[in-house]
Design a protein around this ligand. Sequence first.
Ligand code: PGA
Length: 257
Amino acid sequence: MKYIFANWKMNLGTRESVALARGVMRTLRGKEKTPSVVIFPSFTVLNEVRKVMARSRMRIGAQNCGTDKKGAYTGEVSISMLEDVGCEYVLVGHSERRFVFGESLDVVSRRFAAAIASKLTPVLCVGEPLEERDAGNAKGYVGEQLTTALKGVRLPRQKHLFIAYEPVWAIGSDHAALVADMVDMHEYIKDTARKLVDVPESKIHILYGGSVNAVNAYTFLREELVDGVLVGGASLKIKEFQGIVDSATDVITAQEL
Ligand code: PGA
């Protein structure tokens, strides 16, 4: 299976979100071999998007989640609130949360632990800044992000482990990672995750994110170690997104031959 996760970030209001969700549904309609598509809209439009997609195969997720059940946490949205509006997935530790809003390793690991213990499936986002890659420390950096979030995690039996590798310098930059570097990192992430969490390999899914578009999606998705892509900017343009979905469909079809 290949996964296409669409991170709409803080870009669309209700009307635009509903229109885009309908457009995405049209790209999947009537096709047999489609990837699993999950949309991550803003909190405020989750309910409307859920209604639009009610009878489709698409799923919805949130871009972040609170760590506590309820209480005096201004600005946070709890996991039960997300479940209440139909979310099945949640991004945790996206680089914009870590670097723009200063979410520490500890905060990210608490969000991840809370989501793992709930009905949601968290998608742990990791990735190194350019200085770390230039200094030859990309794996050391990502390794620390993985260790702090995954150490001691007990994965419920029915759950899968989702990790998105998104190098910070590749996000929104038009400079996607080189396929060879990405594959190398995916291998490292899979090995590290297996050492940290008791989970069969078949339940670990590693996605690539960072300037994925309709032109380059195929080159990432055809790699066996790449279970999918997390798409930001290109997920807001229906033609681009359709190209990405079509690439995944081509890969799924080719792999079945
Ligand atoms: P991008 O964003 O596709 O615009 O690079 C990816 C992400 O931030 O998840």
